[in-house]
Ligand binder design. Structure first.
Ligand code: 6PG
Length: 226
C-alpha cells in the first residue's frame, strides 16, 4: 500500500447523479474564484464538457479571467481530439484563453517552450486546476513511468502515450499543476470507481499512477459522480 497518509488526505465528495455532480463541482470552483483576475486550468477528455457548459452560464468577471489548458494533444485546433476545440465549444466566455500552439509549423518542443514562457509571464498560482484521471492513472498528459514525471524545474514537457489515440502530447508538469490554490479531480461513472480506489488506497506508486503525486498538494478535492 502506497501510504497516502504521508500526503495530504484529499476531500472526497460523492454525488448520486450527473446534475448534483455538476452543481457540486461548480460550487467547489466558484468558492475559490475572486471577484476579478482569476485563473482556471482545464483538462480535456470526455468528463469535463458538461462542467464547462454549465460554468460559462455563471456571471464571473470573465473579462479578467485567464484560462489555461493542463495539456494538449499535438493536433490542430480543428481536430476532433483537440482540447482547444473542446474548450472553445463548451466554455464560451470573454476570458483570455492560453492555448498550446499545435498549428501548422509548430513542433512539440517549441510549443512547450512557448507555453512555459506564457506560464512564467502569468507568474501567479492558479485559483483552480481541474484534472481528470485516465484508467492508467495519468493526469493531464503525465503518463506512467514517463520522463515528464521527474521534471522538477520546467513547467511544461512533451510526452507520448501508446495507450490512447493521439500519441504526441504537450503537458504542464507537476511543478505547474501544483502551483494552485485548489486542485479538483473530476471523476464520473462506474468505470472511474477503480481509479478512485487506486487513488485513495491502492498500492501503486506515483510513477505507476501519476495522479497520486498530486495528493502531495494540501488542497485537493475529488468530485466523484455516479
Ligand atoms: C486529456 C486530459 C486527460 C484526461 C484523462 C481522463 O487531454 O485527455 O487532460 O488527462 O483528463 O485522460 O479523461 P476522461 O475524462 O475522458 O476519462
Amino acid at each position: 500500500m502506497y501510504s497516502i497518509s504521508l500526503l495530504h488526505q484529499p476531500k472526497v465528495h460523492f454525488f448520486p447523479d450527473e446534475s448534483s455532480w455538476i452543481s457540486g463541482v461548480i460550487s467547489e470552483i466558484l468558492v475559490e474564484i475572486p471577484d476579478k483576475n482569476f485563473s482556471l486550468v482545464l483538462s480535456g477528455g470526455n468528463t469535463p464538457a458538461s462542467i464547462y457548459k454549465e460554468l460559462c452560464k455563471y456571471k464571473l468577471n470573465w473579462k479578467s479571467g485567464n484560462i489555461f489548458l493542463a495539456d494538449e494533444r499535438f493536433v490542430p485546433g480543428s481536430h476532433p481530439d483537440s482540447n482547444k476545440k473542446l474548450v472553445q465549444e463548451t466554455l464560451l466566455t470573454p476570458a483570455k484563453y492560453h492555448f498550446w500552439n499545435t498549428e501548422e509549423g509548430s513542433i512539440p518542443q517549441k510549443a512547450v517552450e512557448e507555453y512555459e514562457q506564457e506560464l512564467k509571464k502569468y507568474g501567479k498560482p492558479f485559483d483552480v486546476v481541474l484534472l481528470g484521471i485516465g484508467p492508467d492513472g495519468h493526469t493531464a498528459s503525465l503518463f506512467p513511468n514517463s520522463p515528464a514525471l521527474s521534471e522538477k524545474t520546467h513547467l511544461t514537457a512533451t510526452s507520448e502515450t501508446e495507450e490512447f489515440a493521439i500519441k504526441e502530447r504537450l503537458s504542464m508538469t507537476y511543478a505547474a499543476l501544483m502551483n494552485a490554490k485548489k486542485i479538483i479531480f473530476l471523476l464520473k461513472g462506474e468505470d472511474k470507481k477503480e481509479v478512485l480506489d487506486e487513488l485513495l488506497s491502492g498500492n501503486k506508486t506515483p510513477e505507476e499512477f501519476p495522479a497520486k503525486k498530486i495528493l502531495e498538494h494540501e488542497n485537493v478535492h475529488v468530485c466523484f459522480g455516479k
